[in-house]
Ligand binder design. Structure first.
Ligand code: ASP
Length: 333
């Protein structure tokens, strides 16, 4: 008999570990159950992999951020270095899952599958989606086909590139979608399909060195552009100590003329500005935005504001050049 794959599950909290007062309550408390308790609802899991479970955090992911993701990345690395480990699954709240998945993709170097999952319904809800999501995440992480693809997100039977997955709905169970190039496979119980050959996103592991020291990561502010501008709100981000800014601009990167002088002045004072879009599927190119891509101003390409903020944080933390990084991070042309 061949040995079963060995999968480590690292719990961080989220709705997948959430509990409500009744099965039909929309309100619930996230991050109440341990991974071991989640596994009790999935007896068949032990047939497909030997599982070892550990709880790193018990947090609603609204309270997860770069500091927690640094610790998570280090823990994943330690688990992946164990030659017995086939793959690693992370259970995570869905609200910041797309940021966590990009952070991990940019900092981890392992070839082994690392799969992030979560759920939209609490563990106690009618038709909770957590057990199926966790089963499929383990199934994918245990699969040889998932090797050499970087960080993946598995939810609702779909496999996404961690770099490209986005949350697109506040409540529905098919909340996760792919931004350009992000949907790469599907996972049905017992069957894993990849639509594209193995390969990493362009900046896979490029910021690995941030895992090696304990410095606090730089603060990046996001300014949400609304009709009429709001220059004061933009300027206050610099005053609050942000070392980089992301604009969630209109459409393909336009901003009101009234904001242009302040934005340019901020960039000239040495604060990089990434122009992204408040539209769900963001595409901002140098020739579609109001500001010129020059000096400290750069287009986000296919990254939305929250993903741009993660990439800019790591860019600043490593003293890298924002234009070079955002150009290289883009999907193949
Ligand atoms: N607020 C929850 C969290 O992100 C939502 C979820 O997990 O779906 O932890």
């Amino acid at each position: 008999m061949t040995a079963k794959p060995k999968v480590v599950i690292i719990g961080t909290g989220g709705t997948i570990a959430g509990r409500a007062a009744s099965a039909t309550d929309l309100a619930y408390d996230a991050a109440q159950l341990s991974v071991d308790e989640l596994l009790e609802a999935i007896p068949g899991l032990k047939d497909i992999a030997d599982i070892s479970a550990t709880n790193l955090f018990s947090l609603n992911s609204k309270d997860m951020g770069p500091g927690e993701w640094l610790q998570l990345a280090r823990r994943i690395e330690t688990c992946a270095e164990d030659q017995d480990t086939t793959g690693v699954v992370v259970t995570h709240g869905t609200d910041t899952l797309e940021e966590a998945a990009l952070f991990l993709e940019l900092t981890l170097r392992t070839q082994k599958p690392v799969v992030v999952t979560g759920s939209m319904r609490a563990a106690t809800a009618l038709s909770a989606d957590g057990p199926a999501n966790l089963y499929q995440a383990v199934q994918v992480s245990a699969s040889n086909q998932a090797i050499g693809r970087g960080v993946l997100a598995v939810l609702n039977g779909e496999i996404f590139s961690g770099a490209r997955v986005i949350k697109n709905h506040s409540i529905a169970t098919d909340a996760f979608k792919a931004s350009a190039g992000g949907l790469i496979g599907s996972a049905y119980s017992g069957h894993t399909f990849f639509f594209v050959p193995p390969g990493f996103s362009p900046l896979h592991g490029a910021f690995h060195r941030v895992l090696q020291n304990d410095q606090a990561l730089p603060q990046v502010g996001v300014h949400y552009v609304t009709a009429g501008g709001n220059e004061q709100a933009l300027v206050s981000l610099e005053a609050a100590g942000c070392q980089g800014l992301v604009l969630a601009a209109f459409g393909s990167g336009e901003i009101p003329e009234a904001l242009v002088p302040s934005a340019q002045a901020i960039a000239e004072r040495g604060i990089p500005i990434v122009v992204s879009s408040r539209v769900n599927h963001a595409v901002v190119l140098p020739d579609t935005m109001t500001l010129n891509e020059a000096g400290n101003v750069v287009a986000s390409r296919h990254l939305n504001p929250q993903k741009s903020a993660i990439l800019l944080t790591l860019t600043l933390a490593t003293g890298s050049d924002p234009r070079d990084v955002f150009t290289r991070a883009d999907i193949a042309k």
